[in-house]
Design a protein around this ligand. Structure first.
Ligand code: DOR
Ligand code: ZN
Length: 431
């Protein structure tokens, strides 16, 4: 899949620099994995040339939230298959959530995942460790050891840390290591349904989860983050009330960041009418006003990043009654295109701002240097065709799982390939 290229000229494309907030028509020369030239009429004898006319070149995307399922559910995804899907979607780095079997709650488990990522040699894997041992919400996990092994954040994703005393000490521990806590906000007691609670769930006869369950959980965690001074990151914000709370918290100076997922800003609970389990996700698809509030939050920066919550499940697991199906949908390969249409083509934001939501903003959350395309910097970039129309075909997904709710949907804009550190290229020109 990857081809190592010593000298490469990306010719005629437009470089999107989200840090500078502008686009530039320049050729990009990459030598031995580094950007060595960035100029309009740059040419390089002997270099491999990729024709990028009409295309855009952006830093590689960073996904704050994906599930690689290793260890324990390798029939649904592996580190290798998931990081391959990541590259297909333009993500050169992914944060791997720890709700595996067994969960990633120890130094040894973090080392295992880092090693898996290195041997796959595709998108870089940044493990997220558990907040609590076995994700049980009772005692803290080995946070210090996991930091030493490379964990970039801590989360019991899938579960909310219900005990406020435990969450408080988790935040205090993470503060000592300057690591953020990623909160999955669904308050215990309000989290038992399978769909957003509202007229649609009533009509369809599905047990509801109210938006208050998410917002109340987020409110508590925001207040605890303020109290402890720890960085809190809210996962998959899905409703208007949570967006409001984040806006309030940022105004008050709380160190809070938030992510939103493409499914929450492109779909609503009306999609559940056919009881297709590929639309079942936690938190659930909500109503139109919530969908619009999430878009507005992304547009005004209340929501910092776009994350996928890529959650692969096998066909067998999903082919059951709606109530019994696992929640989650694959997302790595469609996130860019869905976001481009919903945010840029819709006029809500400009291209560099959108790219920042996929690059600089998530990188900052986990303390990575701002991804840039600059002379002297390591080349880690993607090539985008914003005109390409394509149809999402379940059978062509690179992920080992096929549980997308977007099958058959025509999308605009596509990641065509890119370059990883070391001058390794995939897609355009490489195969
Ligand atoms: O829908 C979801 N699926 N939400 C989560 O928080 C967890 C994820 C999974 O692991 O399948
Ligand atoms: Zn979650």
């Amino acid at each position: 899949m990857l081809m190592k290229i010593r000298r490469l000229l990306l010719k005629g494309g437009t470089v999107v620099d989200p840090a500078a907030g502008r686009n530039r028509r320049v050729n990009v020369l990459v030598e031995n994995g580094r950007v060595t030239g960035l100029a309009r009429n740059l040419s390089a004898r002997g270099a491999e040339v990729v024709d990028c006319r009409g295309r855009y070149i952006a830093p590689g995307f960073v996904d704050l939230h994906c599930h690689l399922r290793e260890p324990g559910a390798e029939d649904a995804e592996t580190v290798a298959s998931g990081t391959r899907a990541a590259l297909a979607g333009g993500f050169t780095r992914v944060c791997a959530m720890p709700n595996t079997d067994p969960p990633v709650d120890s130094e040894a488990m973090v080392r295992f995942l880092v090693g898996r990522g290195e041997s796959a040699g595709l998108a870089r894997v940044h493990p997220v460790g558990c907040c609590t041992r076995a994700r049980q919400g009772r005692e803290l996990a080995e946070i210090g050891g996991m930091v030493a092994a490379g964990a970039v954040a801590f989360s019991d994703d899938g579960n909310w840390v219900a005990d406020a005393r435990v969450m408080r000490s988790c935040l205090e521990y993470c503060k000592a290591f300057d690591k953020p806590v990623f909160a999955h906000c669904e308050m215990t007691g309000l989290d038992t349904g399978v769909a957003h609670e509202g007229p649609v769930s009533t009509r369809l006869g599905l047990a509801g989860k109210p938006d208050a369950g998410e917002a109340a959980a987020a409110a508590r965690d925001i207040l605890l983050a303020h109290l402890t001074g720890t960085r809190l990151h809210l996962c998959h914000v899905s409703c208007a009330a949570t967006v409001e709370l984040v806006r309030w918290a940022k105004g008050r100076g709380t160190a809070v960041t938030a992510e939103a997922c493409p499914h929450h800003f492109t779909l609503t609970d009306e999609a559940l009418a056919g009881y297709d389990t590929n639309f079942k996700v936690n938190p659930p698809l909500r109503g139109e006003a919530d969908r619009r509030a999430v878009l507005a939050g992304l547009a005004d920066g209340t929501i910092d990043a776009i994350a996928t919550d890529h959650a692969p499940h096998t066909r067998g697991a999903k082919e059951v009654e709606f109530d019994n199906a696992p929640a989650g949908m694959v997302g790595l390969e469609t996130a860019f295109s869905l976001g481009y249409e919903a945010l840029v083509l819709s006029g809500l934001m400009r291209l560099p701002q959108f790219i920042a939501r996929l690059t600089a903003a998530p990188a900052e959350v986990i303390g990575l240097p701002v991804p840039r395309i600059a002379v002297g910097a390591e080349a880690e970039l993607v090539v985008l065709d914003l005109r390409e129309k394509w149809t999402c075909d379940r059978d062509k997904l690179v992920s080992r799982s096929r549980n997308t709710p977007f099958a058959g949907r025509t999308l605009v804009g596509r990641v065509q390939g890119g370059i990883l550190p070391g001058g390794r290229m995939w897609g355009v020109g490489a195969d």
